[in-house]
Ligand binder design. Structure first.
Ligand SMILES: *[C@@H]1O[C@H](CO)[C@@H](O)[C@H](O)[C@H]1NC(C)=O
Ligand SMILES: *[C@@H]1O[C@H](CO)[C@@H](O)[C@H](O)[C@H]1NC(C)=O
Ligand SMILES: *[C@@H]1O[C@H](CO)[C@@H](O)[C@H](O)[C@H]1NC(C)=O
Length: 617
């Protein structure tokens, strides 16, 4: 409390707000931890080992097996205690900071506790007990945080729940020495590095996503085959199915039937779309070809014309429109401006973006503007290599970037470390500053900065795209769809400023830190304090993939200052770059953090096993 007041006293309004927010989040527990834990203990039997769980001291002052970090209970490590009875997950769910539980080596019986009631859990160790019975297929539904699950050496039976294959962050799964049967679900998590289903009764082909693992992960199941075990016999799937009773065949027949009907539906839809599209365009042979090469059948076809691409970069290896259109391509996605394709050309992968709603200016002005964009050259800005002009639509050609967009990365299944996130923020800041410098007459120079317009190269260097479009996009379409037009200044004065990009950047920083989709997309008028406060964890506004540090607080502060509606208070992009550059990626090297930590007394994690340490509280 002392520390917090001291800081409050010196704080700027924005820092005050964060501290209040944090304080709020850290203390909004409801029932006290000691009451919750005692209630939990009451559901257990043979609790002699927990004799010193009493109200005389708070749980974080030495209750056996209770693991704390900064005064919050993050783990319960109740191993080798001869415990049995009920694991009362409903009560545990009242500990909002709890992330890890281990009840290894006890005497628990019965079915698996319902873990979905505590979806913030990251580690669950229940190995070496006497749990039994089938695990419902939905048992892991919504467990988005779960990283490690150990159920080894129990008596679980039935099939492995398929929801486990959808747990996005799963890193370790130990199911060995049980009685699981049937096939292994289609695990595809790239992060899954420790996996063991040995000594069960599993059968069938090992899913491809697991073939990289060691054979001993699968040993002791007589009927498993495929890599890394011996390959399955020829026609294996067929003979495998034949051994199943008719019901399975019936289900398969229904599935195949449904698939055929869906396929037919898709074909009809595509043919209709094609027709409509051609009516709209009056038939565009070039784009017909593009669609055909993306697998959309064109009933009429048509000869490509010889209209040419305009190249913006000298060094680009030239190709013509016809070659481009003949290249293999796949649809990467579509946005309000048009579709994006990946095209393979001369052994190189290209991105081709098709824009509609771009007939705001004459062909001459358009070409002139494109030449300006063509001069852009910065390692954090994705260059446009060539374009194709047609009145109704334009194609922009660029190199393909392998690591997808920041949006896909932030909101997909893989985690992003703090160090990487900071690197991305710094790169975006530099790219923005460069654009402002290079396109001084364009206000704002980017205009459409958001996570899906930040591409990541193989080293996670960010590359800005969809910049500089404001002069050429149709105004009404831009107004409805571009991020810049959602800014408070545009709402108030119908004007964009150079600082509008800073506002967009502020929101991007918050998205990067919290791992939650930007508030702009959901409710642009929302109060940011309220938005941050809805963080599901109850502990930290930061993405749970990262351990919160003072440096993140600094970045949060910068993000919030960029979001200020008051243009005078909002910093210039140049100042933002300077502030961001000062932040280091190392943790715990910060005044605020270390004084806070020492005041509260950081508890050592002595005696914890390697596997059981505070992850990302
Ligand atoms: C409770 O027991 C544990 C282990 O026996 C011990 O380390 C701890 O100091 C005890 N706590 C209290 C408050 O006595
Ligand atoms: C677990 O609890 C959730 C919600 O509390 C419920 O929807 C679900 O059906 C339960 N699952 C099982 C297997 O009991
Ligand atoms: C899997 O578990 C079995 C049985 O406990 C063990 O022999 C094997 O070494 C384990 N394999 C891996 C990869 O952990």
């Amino acid at each position: 409390m002392m520390v917090q007041h001291g800081v409050l006293w010196r704080a700027t309004p924005i820092l005050l707000f964060i501290l209040l927010l944090f304080h709020n989040l850290a203390t909004s527990h409801g029932e006290s931890d000691s009451n919750v834990l005692l209630k939990f203990k009451a559901s257990l039997e043979n609790t002699a080992a927990l004799a010193n769980w009493t109200v005389s001291k708070p749980p974080c002052n030495g209750w056996k097996g209770v693991l704390c970090y900064r005064g919050n209970v993050w783990g319960l490590q109740l191993e080798n205690m001869g415990l049995h009875g009920v694991i009362d997950v409903e009560t545990l769910a009242k500990l909002p900071t709890l992330r890890s539980v281990s009840f290894k080596n006890n005497d628990f019986k019965g079915s698996l506790p319902n873990l979905t009631r505590h979806s913030a859990l990251k580690t669950v160790f229940l190995s070496n007990n006497k749990f039994s019975g089938e695990i419902p297929d939905n048992a892991f539904y919504g467990m988005r945080s779960l990283k490690k699950l150990h159920l080894a050496n129990n008596k679980f039976s039935g099939t492995i729940p398929t929801t486990l294959a959808t747990v996005p962050r799963l890193v370790e799964l130990a199911l060995e020495d049980n009685e699981f049967e049937g096939e292994i679900p289609n695990f595809q998590q790239k992060g899954l590095i420790k996996f063991n289903v040995s000594n069960n009764r599993l059968a069938g082909r090992i899913p491809q996503g697991l073939s990289r693992l060691h054979a001993s992960s699968f040993s002791g199941n007589k009927e498993l085959c495929g890599e890394p075990l011996e390959s399955c016999p020829a026609n294996y799937e067929e003979s495998w199915q034949r051994r199943f009773p008719e019901t399975t065949i019936g289900v398969i027949a229904i599935l195949v039937g449904a698939a055929l009907i869906t396929l037919l539906g898709v074909c009809i839809f595509l043919v209709c779309r094609k027709k409509r599209y051609q009516q709209q365009l009056g038939g565009s042979p070039e784009l017909n070809q593009m669609e055909r090469s993306t697998g959309i059948a064109s009933p009429e076809g048509g000869k490509p014309s010889v209209r040419q691409l305009t190249f913006l970069k000298e060094e680009t290896e030239k190709f013509d429109m016809q070659e481009l259109l003949k290249s293999s391509a796949e649809i990467l996605g579509s946005s309000v401006f048009g579709s994006t394709y990946k095209a393979g050309l001369k052994g190189k992968k290209m991105t081709v973006k098709r824009y509609k709603h771009m007939n705001q200016v004459s062909k001459e002005d358009f070409n002139e503007h494109m030449r300006r964009l063509g001069r852009i050259n910065h390692h954090n800005v994705h260059p446009i290599l060539a374009f194709y002009y047609k009145k109704e639509e334009k194609l922009f050609v660029a190199d393909f970037v392998h690591n997808h967009s920041l949006a896909a990365r932030l909101h997909g299944n893989q985690s992003l470390e703090w160090r990487t996130r900071l690197k991305i923020v710094k790169g975006v800041a530099k790219g923005l500053l460069y654009l402002h410098h290079e396109l001084p007459s364009l206000t704002p120079a980017h205009g459409h900065l958001k996570a899906s317009n930040v591409l990541l190269d193989s080293d996670f260097n960010p590359l800005l795209t969809d910049y500089g479009l404001i002069p050429i996009l149709n105004k009404d379409h831009a107004e409805h769809n571009m991020v810049a037009y959602k800014s408070p200044e545009y709402k108030e004065t119908a004007k964009l400023t150079k600082k509008t990009d800073v506002w967009c950047f502020g929101h991007l920083i918050l998205e990067i830190l919290t791992g939650r989709p930007s508030v702009i997309d959901q409710q642009p008028d929302a109060d940011l304090a309220t938005w941050l406060d809805t963080s599901g964890s109850g502990v930290s506004v930061f993405d749970q993939d990262m351990a919160a540090t003072g440096n993140m607080m600094k970045l949060l502060k910068i993000g919030l200052s960029c979001c200020q509606a008051n243009l005078k208070r909002r910093p210039e992009i140049k100042e933002v770059v300077e502030m961001v550059e000062e932040i280091k990626d190392k943790e715990f090297d910060d005044d605020f953090d270390s004084s806070y930590a020492s005041e509260r007394g950081m508890r050592s994690s002595r005696g914890l096993s390697q596997d059981f340490k505070p992850i990302n509280l």
